[in-house]
Design a protein around this ligand. Structure first.
Ligand code: ATP
Length: 551
């Protein structure tokens, strides 16, 4: 079952040191996560794969398939706290809000669209004996099958029914988000965790940016914000990058770094956290080529996940409908993954690829823009001046080939490193049947990571702890380390147990030193997925593994 699979993944992540709840010994803190010894390697590999694909392994002389021309790519690392004007001009100060509701009974706070409910007819357990049944909107927070179970449990409890009476519940609708319900009907809503009806406040705007104070005085003028996205770091440095490096349009600026959003209902493991890492790239191009570049980056980013082992059945590219687009966007597509915590057929966003036009550069020049009669214009205050002034700097680009000056258009692939890591973890989780040491079939848990993402690439075992095998195995282990291959050494427990331990953390190869090694200088190398074992000469071993890691 879907929920079962996710529970197993979360349990494995904790048991084997991939992901822990932050500050767990103090009861945890909602929306924050820590990566353990294996998780930090997995996430670093995800980050490195992105950076290599985007920046270090990019060939600026070569036109990749599907791209309109060759192009440059560079990286930056910008500060988390930026000038507060950045967020006023970008629109985050006014528009980066979610609707929230408070429950007067339980004092809980929810993001409006995260609360889901179902209409049901029944009589509350504490209603008067002669009261007639009423139609109520019973709510819970969740997705997929878990949500349906939770709603059923809640309804049974509220109506004072027994757990075996679920088929007697008189449902009047399928689950729908509370955001679809008119506020006038809130009197009939039973909030998640509440016992009585009508306890929710009217929805209010809640800004997702974390506010902090600079310096010791702490006045309003010292307010600053933790960045909710890394993208603005690239826009405000556009001129610096053009002036300091030899990039020519078209080119991209990439960045990986932490972002912060005060999510009202963080949930689904690391999927929605309050502190997370983004991998974003702003691609600057001539306006006339922007749609071609949009298509190019959309398809390339989808394929990045496929090339790292995500199956096509679980990954979709969803083009946004016009009414879903952000205030600046000309076109946006999401790469979405069928996370196991979602219902079959539902997908969660891994990355958004947005055509942002010249919105950001223009705003940072002229001031915050807004839409008026279908056109983007500078938003003005009561005095007729820009509501939030831009930098006043000229951020246009001069093309010395065509002798034209223009404001470039921007294509932005914005990915979440933690969401990608979680998707790779979910995709890798498998159970199969494999023989144990005595030949009996046993359920085997394995993480089928792409070799490039696996935290440990190779494990080296002496078959037994004598006859010089541990010494030989230690020598081989060190050779892997010297070659920069993440290796581990294990001589504890029966060989079958050691293989299982490595399968469970996704190590693609296990090398075993046995009796034959000492006579003919060969070892066995076992493949995690196929269980195939072949003999390889020790001299060839590092090269052999390096080849197979390349895939
Ligand atoms: P959502 O609709 O899920 O809140 P978003 O559309 O607001 O996401 P973007 O602003 O496009 O997200 O951010 C780009 C990427 O950053 C997302 O695709 C996602 O991978 C990641 N991301 C955004 N918010 C979070 C979060 N709270 N926790 C983890 N990753 C996040």
């Amino acid at each position: 079952m879907a929920e079962n699979r996710m529970d197993k993944i979360v349990a494995l992540a904790k048991r084997r040191g991939f992901i822990f709840q932050s500050s767990e010994i103090y009861g945890g803190i909602n929306g924050f996560w820590d990566y353990g010894p294996l998780g930090v390697e997995l996430k670093r590999n995800v980050r490195n794969a992105w950076w290599a694909d985007m920046i270090t392994e990019h060939d600026e002389l070569f036109t990749p398939a599907g791209a309109p021309s060759s192009f440059d790519m560079v990286g930056v690392e910008t500060s988390i706290i930026m000038h507060p004007q950045v967020w006023k001009v970008s629109g985050h100060f006014d528009l980066f809000v979610d609707k929230m509701v408070d429950c007067r009974e339980t004092r809980s706070r929810y993001r409006l669209d995260h609360v889901k409910g179902r209409w049901i007819e029944g009589k509350l357990a504490d209603a008067a004996a002669d009261a007639s049944p009423e139609t109520l909107f019973v709510c819970a927070v969740g997705d997929g099958p878990e949500l349906l179970d939770e709603l059923t449990k809640r309804a049974l409890k509220l109506f004072g029914m027994r757990s075996n009476q679920a088929d007697k519940l008189n449902w009047k609708s399928e689950p729908a988000s509370l955001a679809t319900l008119p506020v006038e009907q809130f009197a009939s809503v039973i909030a998640p965790e509440a016992k009585s009806k009508g306890t929710l406040t009217d929805p209010r705007d809640f800004n997702l940016m974390f506010k902090t104070t600079l310096g010791a005085l702490g006045t309003d003028a010292d307010a600053a914000y933790l960045r909710p996205e890394t993208a603005q770091g690239m826009f405000v440095n556009f001129k610096n990058v053009c002036d300091s490096s030899r990039v020519k349009i078209p080119f991209g600026i990439g960045q990986i770094g932490k972002s912060f959003r005060n999510e009202i209902t963080p949930r689904n493991f690391t999927f929605r956290s309050r502190e997370f890492e983004q991998m974003e790239m702003e691609f600057f191009c001539p306006p006339s080529q922007s749609l071609d570049w949009y298509t190019y980056w959309r398809d390339r980013r989808y394929n990045w996940y496929i090339n790292l082992g995500v199956s096509k059945e679980n990954l979709i590219l969803r083009e946004h409908a016009k009414d879903e687009l952000s205030h600046y966007s000309v076109g946006t597509a999401d790469v979405e993954y069928a996370f196991p915590f979602l219902a079959p057929g539902e997908y969660g966003e891994l990355e958004g690829i947005a055509h942002r036009g010249n919105f950001d550069l223009r705003s940072h020049m002229e001031g915050k823009l807004c839409k008026k009669d279908g056109e983007l214009v500078v938003e003005t205050g009561p005095d007729g001046k820009p509501k939030y002034a831009g930098s006043g700097k000229d951020l246009s680009y001069f093309d010395d080939q065509t002798r034209e000056r223009y404001l470039p258009h921007v294509i932005e692939p914005a990915a979440g490193c933690d969401r990608a890591t979680l998707a790779f973890l979910c995709e890798a989780y498998h159970e199969d049947e494999a023989p144990d040491d005595k030949g009996a079939m046993q359920t085997r848990v394995l993480l089928k990571f792409h070799p490039r993402l696996a935290p440990i690439k190779v494990a080296v075992f002496p078959l037994i702890k004598k006859d010089g095998m541990p010494e030989k195995a230690a020598e081989i282990y060190r050779e892997f380390k010297r070659a920069g291959i993440a290796a581990t050494f294990d001589q504890q427990a029966a060989i079958g147990r050691r293989y299982r331990r490595m399968d469970e953390i996704g190590t693609p190869f296990c090398v075993t030193v046995d009796g034959d090694t000492l006579s003919n200088d060969t070892v066995t190398i076992r493949d995690r997925d196929t269980l195939e074992q072949i003999r390889v000469s020790v001299k060839e071993l590092v090269n052999h593994v390096q080849e197979r890691l390349r895939g």
